[in-house]
Design a protein around this ligand. Structure first.
Ligand SMILES: Cc1cc2nc3c(=O)[nH]c(=O)nc-3n(C[C@H](O)[C@H](O)[C@H](O)COP(=O)(O)OP(=O)(O)OC[C@H]3O[C@@H](n4cnc5c(N)ncnc54)[C@H](O)[C@@H]3O)c2cc1C
Length: 288
């Protein structure tokens, strides 16, 4: 399958990419790893007139300390994130999610910025970012609020199927994960056997004091149109002594009351079942 004709441009800086976007009149797409955009173009689901390559912008590639957390540049590839000690220590859920994305080829080219901007419901990062209380850094035209820069909590970023809080002309510049305060965490995934995308992915982060849960974050992707935090499971965990019975009882509430996706591979009932099983597995691993 061959994409429709397009003009290729490469930006050397975020400012230049923003100018190119503004000049395009809405007919351009940013090109990062190309592992979601190019398949869509080959299927003619997307036909941008211009592609703006942002994959070689140094300021988007850095992974660095940010206070006691970590700031991951939007152009960092899944493989770099999975193998980075700083991310593994400061943002273990993000490292875990990165390590189970697709295959080696996908992890070597795909980027965290491209993944969050694309907002595929079956992508692995969203649940990890929600359960880590991450923040998405965004830059847009200087005419927009805040001199063109804003930060969006992950909880507000993933809006719907392939829909985020990004506005036209904005670029994701980084993902910032705050200090996890020693919480136990785990990301557990049921991958589609062909694509490796998440049919169900459960990310949990649980802080305890004397065996009692003081803070719980439980998030799911793959099962619904957008990744979400499961407040029913979190409420069942907070204040509870985290023995096997409490974990089982909390996990049994996963995805309750939610409208879930249904397709030829996994219908809604099966996805609800997977949500409960994978939340239990993630909680068991995080509290073990
Ligand atoms: C065979 C295969 C298997 C896969 N398996 C998985 C999987 O198991 N789990 C998973 O999570 N993903 C999976 N993916 C998707 C993969 O992770 C993609 O790399 C990712 O979704 C998109 O990142 P990218 O850098 O390739 O973005 P691109 O494809 O370059 O861009 C995707 C979209 O985001 C926009 N964009 C890119 N960067 C930015 C930015 N900084 N700011 C704003 N907009 C931006 C682009 O304009 C485009 O619309 C798979 C892909 C393939 C081809």
């Amino acid at each position: 399958m061959i994409p429709a004709t397009f003009t290729y441009r490469r930006a050397a800086s975020v400012d230049e990419a923003l100018r190119m976007l503004a000049d395009s009149g809405g007919d351009a797409r940013l090109l990062a790893g190309g592992h979601s955009l190019l398949p869509a173009m080959k299927l003619r689901l997307d036909r941008p007139g211009t592609m703006i390559d942002i994959s070689r912008i140094d300021e988007l590639a850095a992974i660095e300390e940010s206070g006691s957390g970590v700031r991951i540049g939007a152009a960092a590839t899944h493989d770099r994130i999975a193998s980075c000690d700083l991310v593994g220590t400061r943002a273990p859920l993000v490292a875990a999610a990165a390590g189970v994305i697709g295959d080696v080829q996908v992890r070597n080219k795909g980027t965290i910025g491209g993944s969050v901007a694309h907002a595929d419901p079956a992508a692995d990062y969203p649940a990890a970012l929600l359960a880590s209380d991450a923040v998405i850094h965004v830059r847009g035209p200087a005419s927009s609020g805040g001199g063109g820069s804003r930060q969006i909590a992950a909880a507000d970023f993933f809006v719907d199927l392939y829909t985020t809080a990004l506005e036209d002309g904005e670029i994701v510049t980084a993902v910032e994960v705050p200090d996890q305060g020693g919480a136990g965490s785990s990301y557990q995934k049921f991958p589609h056997p062909a694509s490796r995308f998440a049919v169900c992915g459960a990310a949990v982060s649980v802080a305890t004091d004397g065996g009692r849960c003081t803070r719980a974050r439980v998030a799911l992707n793959g099962v619904a149109a957008a990744a979400f935090r499961d407040s029913g499971v979190e409420a069942a965990l907070e204040g509870a002594t985290l023995d096997a019975g409490a974990v089982q009882a909390a996990a049994a509430k996963a995805a309750d009351g939610r409208e879930l996706l249904s397709d030829l591979f996994a219908d809604e009932d099966y996805r609800r079942h997977l949500a409960k099983v994978f939340v239990r597995r993630a909680l068991t691993a995080a509290t073990g």
